[in-house]
Design a protein around this ligand. Structure first.
Ligand SMILES: O=c1[nH]c(=O)c2nc[nH]c2[nH]1
Ligand SMILES: [Zn+2]
Length: 443
């Protein structure tokens, strides 16, 4: 492949080496010895075969001596997109994995989320989760915060400071019978959502935006869902929530919304199922409901690290989320692996299905995630004109988690990285051309 476009911004950096990414036609495209230019605004200005470097240097006005050559064992891949993660649950990630959803929320989640009125606590946790996810290659995250507006604004500020691209949701919920101190009044939830959106947009962060966030139908009244649907419609913002994660939850929603045909119908009737909607889980959606998702252009974020006990989804049509802390890891690489495992188990029950390939999960973690968040015009792969959101991967780091052998071609090396690699291999992370990992030390 090749391509370039002229830019007024001027070339900032040029890299030469191997690049791997997804395209509209191929889940995995391998580009051996290519050269990629990034302009001062962080956009990709050209990506062409390495043999063209002298001509490109002349045309684009850079010095070939300034080209940064990737070393042995290195390649660039697009930054990964986490379509569903609870920043506020990071403190207990890796623990509290023993209860079904509704008990888990009441026992662990709501008491912890109540603590975010304390901004000092919020700053500490949110700084840690943004750093941890960045180090693990998440360049874009779609976050749930808590019901607290100021702490949610702080999460936006921290993502911007550290350079992560983020959608941030102030959680809305006006029903919580088991932990009544952790909920809002109807008007408060509406007003605070409007304040959150207004104040976050006023900051003019280039890559951090608000997302309308009803927690799920169990904890929102019909009036609140209506109000949030209207806010999303008038603002044109993204929407995120949860759907059909667990059978008890699905039954409860049937009782709470007897006039709705299904769980999906609840969100549809309240204006919350749009082409900018990302619903987490969807383990028990029926074929009819999936059709409604498709018709409305809404996405499902499959969270294999947290859904293993509820259902295993065939997720060729879904996207990946870490779902901290229901999910035990902040790394999308773990979601990738669990998704493959899950799909293999499914084929035992349904032999007509075939397991996901590593190329398919690579797409899910990068270009697919960007499509789910309607950001594929800006990120997701190394197309000219997109932002340079990228991971510099080195599979040969000393003391690293995997070994490569002379016969390993790049495709095999990428597969090894997806299945065995970790943050030790992610030696640099870029968002819109800015190097955000390693941290600059000021953070
Ligand atoms: O995995 C989940 N985590 C949550 O915080 C949540 N809230 C509603 N439904 C949920 N599912
Ligand atoms: Zn969730």
């Amino acid at each position: 492949m090749s391509g370039r476009h002229d830019t007024a911004a001027g070339i900032a950096r040029v890299y030469r080496g191997s690049f791997v990414h997804s395209t509209r036609d191929a889940a995995l495209e391998i580009l051996n010895d290519f050269v990629l230019g990034v302009d001062k605004s962080g956009k990709i200005t050209f990506i062409e075969e390495g043999k063209n470097v002298d001509r490109l240097a002349q045309e684009q006005g850079f010095n070939t001596a300034d080209v940064e050559n990737l070393g042995p064992g290195e390649f660039f891949m697009p930054g990964m997109v986490d379509t569903h993660i609870h920043a506020s649950q990071y403190t207990y990630m890796g623990t509290a994995l023993d209860l079904p959803l509704l008990q888990w929320l009441n026992t662990y989640t709501f008491p912890v989320e109540s603590r975010y009125r304390d901004l000092k606590f919020a700053r500490d946790v949110y700084t840690k989760v943004v750093k941890r996810t960045l180090r693990n290659g998440t360049t874009t995250a779609c976050y749930f915060a808590t019901i607290h507006t100021d702490a949610s604004l702080l999460l936006g500020q921290i993502a911007d400071d550290l350079g992560q691209r983020a959608l941030v949701g102030k959680v809305c919920m006006d029903i919580n019978p088991m932990v009544p101190q952790y909920k809002e009044l109807l008007d408060e939830s509406k007003d605070e959502t409007l304040r959150f959106i207004r104040e976050l947009l006023q900051k003019k962060y280039p890559r951090v935006k608000p997302v309308v966030t009803p927690r799920f139908a169990v904890s929102c009244s019909s009036s609140l869902l209506d109000a949030l649907g209207e806010i999303a419609r008038s603002s044109g913002l993204h929407i995120q929530s949860h759907i059909s994660e667990n059978k008890e939850e699905v039954e409860l929603v049937k009782q709470l919304f007897p006039d709705c045909l299904s769980y999906t119908d609840v969100y549809l009737k309240h204006g919350l199922l749009t082409d900018k909607t990302v619903m987490a889980h969807g383990c028990h959606l029926t074929d009819e409901e999936l059709k409604i998702f498709h018709k409305n252009g809404a996405s499902i974020s499959h969270c294999p690290s947290s859904n293993i006990s509820d259902a295993m989804m065939l997720l060729r049509c879904c996207l990946l989320g870490a779902d901290v802390a229901g999910g035990y890891s902040a790394s999308i690489l773990d979601a990738v692996r669990r998704a493959i495992d899950t799909s293999k188990v499914l084929t035992i029950e349904h032999p007509q299905l075939r397991p996901l390939t590593f190329e398919e999960v690579f797409w899910l973690a990068t270009l697919g995630g960007s499509e789910a968040l309607s950001l594929d015009d800006r990120i997701g792969n190394f197309e000219v004109g997109k932002d340079f959101d990228a991971l510099r991967v080195n599979v040969s780091v000393p003391g690293g988690p995997l070994d490569v052998f002379p016969e390993d071609v790049l495709k095999v090396i990428v597969e090894k990285f997806l299945n065995l690699g970790d943050d030790r291999n992610i030696v640099e992370v870029y968002v819109a051309g800015r190097k955000v990992v390693p941290f600059s030390g000021k953070e």
